[in-house]
Design a protein around this ligand. Structure first.
Ligand code: PEP
Ligand code: MG
Length: 321
């Protein structure tokens, strides 16, 4: 059994027809890298950097952040490490800086907060860029809703590069900048995002929350939170299909990416890169290894055309049988 597990860990996650699929890990701190490698992840698809901030009273400075990002970069031995800039606000508040927003999920969070707090953002960007020198680091921007936010972010990054240049500090000049697609507006106006960014990653947790207007933290409406809602499936298929057509790398890093019932569905939509909790990698890999893309193509299209929730579930069961 141990041997079998070990073989599974080092095996490539290819489909039966030989299509290469990448299974990456979601991490919260550099120490999680050990788990990611242990479970056979071939990269980090989402490093939620805001966890460096949570449960403490002070803010980590540039050096502390740099050491954390460098540790993750070096830990993955050249495999990609996608670090997301702070996704603070809403359910992830800074201690002592809790903002009173009447509607936090729609308020000053994530990239909005970073653009409003240039000092905080610049410090993180310096730490991130410095870490690119020590591995295959990519930078991911959360909660983008408009092209203007992309432009402002890219300007911040350019300015930070110039200040590092002036100080003679090395960094990867070709560092890839990607954006999270987790607001319906971004999914629907995808072309502009795909043109300006090097890669995209769908955050299904927020995409579902905003598409269905269901607070993901509110128990009282949890029963309405539905990844299989036709509107959600259409948005996902649209984003994955469009990105593939445009040749922009696309991944899914929300919970859906690690949940077995959705593995084949996402493969059928054209997804080739998944990012999930490390512990989910082996079972998702097992599912990928037993999937034939030609065999699931018709059924995934049928699911996309169905509009009755019961029918969608019935077809999904068939897809996973
Ligand atoms: C998401 O929204 O799906 C996501 C990956 O980001 P987070 O869960 O950290 O908001
Ligand atoms: Mg999110």
């Amino acid at each position: 059994e141990r041997k079998k597990l070990k073989r599974l860990r080092t095996a490539r996650a290819n489909t039966l027809d030989g299509t290469v699929v990448e299974l990456h890990a979601n991490i919260e701190k550099p120490e999680d890298i050990a788990d990611a490698k242990e479970n056979g992840a071939t990269g980090v698809g989402l490093f939620r950097s805001e966890f460096l901030f949570l449960n403490r009273d002070d803010l980590p400075g540039e050096e502390e952040q740099f050491l954390a990002y460098r540790a993750a970069a070096e830990g993955m031995d050249g495999q990609p490490v996608t670090i997301r800039t702070f996704d603070l606000g809403a359910d992830k508040q800074l201690k002592g800086a809790e903002r009173v927003a009447s509607n936090p999920a729609l308020g000053l969070r994530a990239i909005r907060l970073c653009l409003a707090e240039p000092q905080l953002f610049r410090t993180q960007l310096r730490a991130l860029l410095r870490a690119t020198h020590y591995g295959n680091v990519k930078i991911l921007i959360p909660m983008l809703s408009s092209v203007s936010e992309i432009n402002q972010t890219l300007q911040f990054i350019e300015a930070t590069k110039r200040s590092l240049d002036a100080e003679g500090i090395p960094y990867d000049r070709e560092v890839k900048i990607g954006g999270m697609i987790e607001i319906p507006a971004a999914a629907l106006a995808l072309n502009a995002f795909a043109k300006k960014l090097d890669f995209l990653s769908i955050g299904t947790n927020d995409l579902i929350q905003y598409t269905l207007a269901i607070d993901r933290t509110d128990e009282e409406v949890a029963h309405l939170y539905d990844p299989l809602h036709p509107a959600v499936l259409h948005l996902m298929a649209h984003v994955i299909g469009t990105a593939n057509k445009l040749g922009v790398p696309i991944s899914v890093c929300g919970e859906m990416a690690g949940e077995l019932p959705y593995t084949r569905l996402l493969l059928g939509f054209g997804l080739r890169q998944f990012s999930m909790f490390s512990a989910q990698v082996p079972s998702v890999k097992q599912r990928v290894l037993t999937t034939s893309l030609p065999e699931i193509a018709a059924l995934t299209q049928k699911i996309l055309r169905a509009d009755d929730p019961m029918r969608i579930r019935e077809l999904l069961d068939r897809l996973n049988a």
